[in-house]
Write a new protein. Structure first.
Length: 256
């Protein structure tokens, strides 16, 4: 298009001056052509730059779209997992706890009130509320085992201890937890549940007492029987027949 403009401009100058202006005109044309060529190069470079920029923007947009979709999927999975956790926490009779290892805050389900009879406003917000109620004779051992699992990179922990109820009595507890790590391996969360095994422990204690009592009561007549067998074996009560001797051997085998 600029060549058409040059021809029109040359014709106009020839008419004005009445003669051709070859030298000045050629120089002028060269300058204009150079300017137009430079402008054309700049335009092409700009178009190429805009094209590359558009491609990069499209690629980034597609990447962000994929990332957003993946994040939404992860969030949906997390919400579903959290809903399942809440359902289990409501359904179980165990005292479920969720310990944030970064902030030290602890969440408890409602069972902690039912098992130990604490009011909601009496339950502390951090792990010290729990550790202070572990029996003094158990506390150091239990806390040490808990932190050993957390700091060793392990996942599972369990222990038995006594936990103080609101009225000052102690419940026998079987506690277990699972340590959650982040992408760098840092422990960030621990979830667990306290099971009240006081009833089971009481049954075990009663069984032990019963067995000890029976064992004591059986030892006395058993000693008398063993003395009587010794008398027979030494034939202090008189000689025995071969059949009597056989019976005595059977008794000695079962009583010994």
């Amino acid at each position: 298009m600029h060549k058409l403009l040059l021809r029109q401009l040359k014709r106009h100058l020839d008419l004005v001056s009445g003669e051709a202006l070859p030298d000045r005109w050629n120089a002028f044309v060269a300058v204009v052509n150079e300017a137009y060529e430079q402008a054309e190069m700049d335009r092409r470079l700009l178009e190429r730059s805009l094209e590359l920029t558009s491609q990069e923007l499209i690629q980034r947009y597609n990447a962000l779209t994929r990332e957003l979709a993946e994040r939404q999927q992860v969030e949906q999975q997390l919400r579903a997992s959290e809903e399942r956790f809440q359902i289990v926490a409501r359904a179980t009779n165990d005292a479920v706890w969720d310990w944030n290892l970064i902030t030290n805050a602890v969440w408890w389900n409602a069972a902690v009130q039912g098992l130990f009879h604490y009011k909601l406003d009496e339950i502390g917000p951090d792990v010290s509320w729990w550790s202070e109620r572990v029996h003094p004779q158990d506390r150091e051992r239990v806390v040490a085992s808990l932190h050993a699992v957390i700091h060793s990179g392990q996942h599972f922990w369990s222990d038995e201890y006594r936990f103080r109820r609101r009225d000052g009595s102690y419940a026998d507890i079987f506690d277990r937890g699972y340590v959650v790590h982040n992408d760098t391996g840092q422990p960030v969360r621990m979830l667990g549940a306290m099971m009240d095994i006081t009833g089971r422990k009481e049954v075990e204690r009663l069984k032990d007492e019963f067995l000890n009592t029976i064992s004591h009561e059986l030892r006395t007549p058993l000693a008398i029987i063993q003395q009587f067998i010794a008398i027979l074996a030494d034939q202090l009560a008189g000689p025995m027949t071969s059949q009597q001797q056989e019976y005595l051997t059977i008794v000695q085998t079962n009583v010994a």
